[in-house]
Ligand binder design. Structure first.
Ligand code: NAD
Ligand code: TYD
Length: 359
């Protein structure tokens, strides 16, 4: 693992992953390709541990000549593919961009890798790896009594986001099987932590609470998610790159499943302790119209990566949430920059006004 191309490295998980790599592996170069959509920002890449080993490229993963040039110019031996459109609610309002980036973008990366690594033999095939980062959402909703999904679980995606990620997973496996491309895949549960764009549940709720705005809970709030701190995900990815077997899929998750409403009460409790207000933050909770097709329950079995690669999440939900709240408290300028994006305000109005909330 010497010369990596990380896609989507200016986004939430990508920027944490780039930091994690630079801090943990002194002998690697990271080429970071990111289109800087609303979800990506150069601010996420400020104060990197060793910026001299990081090359940022502003560009799109669907730009084949660009990606091809990067692979050859930097003799890339490892691609870690994180770039994606990622928000389920946006995929419901506008699925086209999800098909373009998540399906077509993955296809183009695979094609470039196949040509450079397998046809032109840029590097010995035993030295290259395409790692694809995916989600537990490809499995769709699990029944209440069903065991957590393992790596053999059937794909039943329900949202346009999940369907586009499922399609990309299938393409990656097809390139491994048909052409012999050395790939690994990981399906991860809901991440949280520093630099998560505040359209996702946890940062949205922290920001709303600090402004005294309603905390909009979709439906009855009893939907269950498995939460993993982003640092644990990053270490999981690094572990797979170092020790994962080519052709294999690994689940990365927090091993804890919580209903949204319970999570929100924990978060409000933390906020009450750390930034007391005149009234408990839980009084801001407001039930709003549900997400269409809202998956009731996700749960990932992480036994394989624990057994085979000796990886385990380190953060509990309590420790991880506390660190996350502190990070948002400590970075008001990061928050203000996002609040100043006209598109951000417009998204909140569009998504929440339609649900009968000004959240
Ligand atoms: P994010 O939305 O925070 O960031 C996505 C990044 O990709 C942004 O920096 C954006 O600019 C970039 N990007 C988007 N389209 C692009 C394009 N066409 N070309 C180049 N760059 C582009 O996403 P995230 O939450 O960091 O998720 C990263 C990956 O992890 C995604 O593949 C996602 O499916 C997966 N994942 C996320 C979670 C989660 O809870 N956030 C859970 C499991 C898996
Ligand atoms: P989200 O963070 O969008 O992640 P995902 O849909 O990928 O799981 O949402 C997490 C859960 O929180 C999901 O069940 C939807 C719910 N949710 C709300 O109840 N209110 C909100 O305002 C948001 C953004 C999400």
């Amino acid at each position: 693992m010497k010369r990596l191309l990380v896609t989507g490295g200016a986004g939430f998980i990508g920027s944490n992953f780039v930091r994690h790599l630079l801090a943990s592996d002194p002998d690697i170069l990271v080429v970071n390709l990111d289109a800087l959509t609303y979800a990506g920002s150069p601010a996420n890449l400020e104060d990197l541990p060793d910026p001299s080993r990081h090359v940022f490229v502003h560009g799109d993963i669907t730009d084949r000549p660009l990606v091809d040039g990067l692979l050859r110019r930097h003799t890339i031996d490892t691609i870690v593919h994180l770039a994606a459109e990622t928000h389920v609610d946006r995929s419901i309002v506008g699925p086209a961009e999800f098909v373009r980036t998540n399906i077509e973008g993955t296809f183009i990366l695979l094609e470039v890798a196949r040509k450079a690594w397998l046809e032109d033999k840029l590097l010995p095939v035993g030295e290259v790896r395409f790692h694809h980062v995916s989600t537990d959402e490809v499995y769709g909703a699990l029944d209440p009594a069903e065991p957590a999904a393992d790596e053999e679980h059937a794909y039943r995606p329900t949202s346009p986001y999940a369907a586009s990620k499922a399609a990309s997973d299938h393409l990656v496996r097809a390139y491994a099987r048909t052409y012999g491309l050395p790939v690994t895949l990981s399906n991860c549960s809901n991440n949280y932590g520093p630099r998560q764009f505040p359209e996702k549940l946890i940062p949205l709720m922290i920001l709303n609470a600090l402004e005294g705005k309603p905390l909009p809970v979709y439906g009855d709030g009893r939907q269950i998610r498995d939460w993993v701190h982003v640092d644990d995900h990053c270490e999981g990815l690094r572990t797979i790159l170092r020790r994962g077997r080519p052709g294999e899929t690994y689940h990365v998750g927090g091993g804890v499943q919580v209903a949204n409403l319970d999570l929100l009460h924990s978060l409000c409790g933390l906020l009450d302790l750390r930034r007391p207000s005149t009234r408990p933050y839980a009084e801001l909770i407001a039930f709003v119209a549900d997400r269409p097709g809202h998956d009731r329950r996700y749960a990932l079995d992480i036994g394989k990566i624990e057994r085979e690669l000796d990886w385990q999440p380190r953060e509990t939900l309590d420790t991880g949430l506390a660190k996350t709240v502190d990070w948002y408290f400590d970075h008001p300028a990061w928050i203000e920059a996002i609040r100043a994006q006209p598109g951000y305000r417009a998204w909140l109005e569009r998504n929440y006004a339609a649900r009968g909330s000004n959240g």
